[in-house]
Design a protein around this ligand. Sequence first.
Ligand code: UDP
Ligand code: MG
Length: 309
Amino acid sequence: MSLLSIIVPCYNEEENIADFYHEVLKNSAFFEEKKIELEMLYIDDGSKDGTAAEVKKLCAEDKRVHLLSFSRNFGKEAAIYAGLKKAKGDYAVLMDADLQDPPALLPEMYSYIEQGYDSVATRRVTRKGEPVIRSFFARLFYRLMNRISKTEIVDGARDYRLMTRQVVDAILSMTEYNRFTKGIFGWVGFETKWIEFENVERKKGETKWSFWKLFLYSLDGITAFSTMPLAVASVMGVLFCIVAFLLIAVTIVRKLIFGDPTSGWPSLVCIISLISGVQLFCLGIVGQYLSKTYMEVKRRPVYLVKEEI
Ligand code: UDP
Ligand code: MG
């Protein structure tokens, strides 16, 4: 018998807990046939609703269900990390509680593991049912990210991924505090099979990601997996120095020929504002990296556990 750990990060998902459980168990026949035992790890990411209570109900009925409650909301990345750490399985799969990651794909995913792949990842080919602006910025983010980072980050990739113990251990060996899982998956490498599926809309409840939260998350992703912005800052500095030298030369020559060094005051104001803007922008970039380094150096735990069943 081999063991498959199903890791489910949940934040205020009380309506979805039981549905998810039953939906996964629709694959029971397949798991029995393949001699796979299940372990379901619900990671309650500091939910304020009855999520933990719902999971406890399942725990009482079924020994395969486990609950790990955080002391507060630490974010999905922390929940994924905690789940992978707790997973005892020979294989582990990450799934959203809202059934946007169709459990019906599990048999197909497992068949690729049998063929020798180390991990099976999913991506949605459409963003149907998602606000247009959100899709637009998401696409932009992936394009930018792939240009400035050596780690490949796939557009539309979900965290829904089945992996072998070897891959799980590789991910756990990355103990960084600022966790950007999409990048971590790409960084660890291994043979990955991609499966595509049509976007499924959330069953019940609402998305936990506001536009602002996603924007900050994208900044996290960029600073975690690319140092290109720092290089951009230096290049801009050099460019502006060259332009400044040219302007100095022009001014001196003009003074010698026309003898009027004070004209051009408005253009001076424009140049000063532009350059101070660029300077602040570059300082901001440095600040981003510094703040990430600061958090990293503190070595705070990624999550704190309140309860474990
Ligand atoms: N989630 C979490 N902690 C958070 C936010 C979300 O554990 O701070 C979980 C959430 O319960 C869900 C999954 O992460 O199972 C994906 O969240 P959501 O469906 O809101 O994101 P979307 O699918 O809209 O990108
Ligand atoms: Mg969702």
